[in-house]
Design a protein around this ligand. Structure first.
Ligand code: NCD
Length: 317
């Protein structure tokens, strides 16, 4: 369970100052971001705006990323910001400068917002506590949180199925190590979802969420039966000991989403995945490429959600 301090993300008048996690944000905060994101898509096309004109944004990604880093960059450009991608492989952190000194140096360059991904839980929170004027957006910290991914997941679900509080939503796979699952669960509960099913092998379960509205399953067929939404997760190998890695063939046999298994969910169920996808490990190619898959819509919505997040946070300047 989350032990980091999310309190610092709100101002004294309940506005979002940093976006670190979804814990502590209420339904009106989430709906404000979602509604704003929808204004940036017209007839399926992303729009440009000047909400960030004159502001500068630095992307700092200490872990690999394709979707999150590039969609944050595109979102910032679409809002008119000045954007830099800090080249961490060639930066002074490689010459033993502390991350805090690097951040102070970037703040002295008058960077207004930092988009930060790091392998340590709670690192963005520490940077936020330490920052004088700038705003921090968590683009994924360790196994802890990935707030903009959860928001784009919710946007995608609501676009297909507006009555989100009436849905049965399964999250399947490596729940234990998934910051996406952790943020998704918080967001779904805040929005009143009453049937959240966490499906995973026992070794990858996160039992602390188990409650009136959250059930844990180790049997996939049972867990996804009658579901409206299935969110598939990658096995986060980089967070596991080699000895704990499940055998991929066995895993696919028990937890892989195939067309046959998908037929146990509602006929109009949608299939989601934050990416990167490992075909034939957690999900069959035929399902990724099927009409029920909304994986690429999630990517597009990610730009709108990140435009909305940056635009709302920019109102603090
Ligand atoms: C996820 C992440 O980095 O947490 N991906 C993403 O941001 N699109 C999930 C993953 O890496 O499996």
């Amino acid at each position: 369970m989350n032990t980091v301090n999310n309190q610092i993300q709100l101002t004294s008048d309940n506005k979002i100052r940093h976006l670190l996690g979804l814990e502590g944000l209420d339904k009106s905060h989430l709906m404000h971001i979602l509604d704003t994101a929808n204004t940036f898509i017209k007839h399926g096309r992303l729009q440009n705006t000047n909400t960030l004109k004159g502001l500068s944004i630095a992307n700092l990604f200490f872990e690999p990323s394709t979707r999150t880093r590039n969609t944050f960059e595109l979102a910032a450009h679409r809002c008119g910001a000045i954007v830099i991608n800090v080249d961490l492989a060639n930066s002074a952190t490689k010459k033993n400068e502390t991350l805090f000194d690097t951040m102070d140096t970037l703040e002295a360059m008058q960077i207004d917002m930092f988009v930060l991904r790091h392998q340590l839980n709670g690192l963005p929170h520490k940077i936020a506590e330490n920052s004088q004027h700038s705003t921090v957006i968590n683009a994924g910290d360790g196994t802890n949180a990935h707030p903009t991914q959860a928001l784009l997941d919710i946007m995608t679900i609501i676009n297909h199925k507006p009555n989100i509080d009436e849905l049965s939503i399964a999250i399947v796979g490596d729940i234990l190590h998934s910051r996406v699952a952790h943020s998704d669960i918080h967001a779904l509960l805040t929005l009143g979802v009453k049937d959240i099913r966490l499906v995973s092998p026992n070794a990858l379960a996160s039992l602390e969420y188990s409650s009136e509205f959250v059930q844990c399953f180790s049997d996939m067929n049972h867990g996804i039966e009658g579901c409206d939404v299935i969110i598939m997760l990658r096995i986060q190998k980089e967070r596991m000991l080699e000895s704990d890695l499940p055998n991929e063939a066995d895993y696919f046999c028990q937890y892989g989403l195939t067309s046959d298994r998908l037929s146990l969910a509602k006929p109009d169920a949608i299939v989601m995945h934050p990416g990167p996808i490992n075909r034939e490990v957690e999900i069959a190619s035929e399902v990724v490429d099927s009409k029920q898959s909304v994986v690429l819509e999630q990517v597009t919505n990610g730009i709108a959600i990140r435009m909305a997040t940056l635009s709302i946070l920019a109102q603090n300047f």
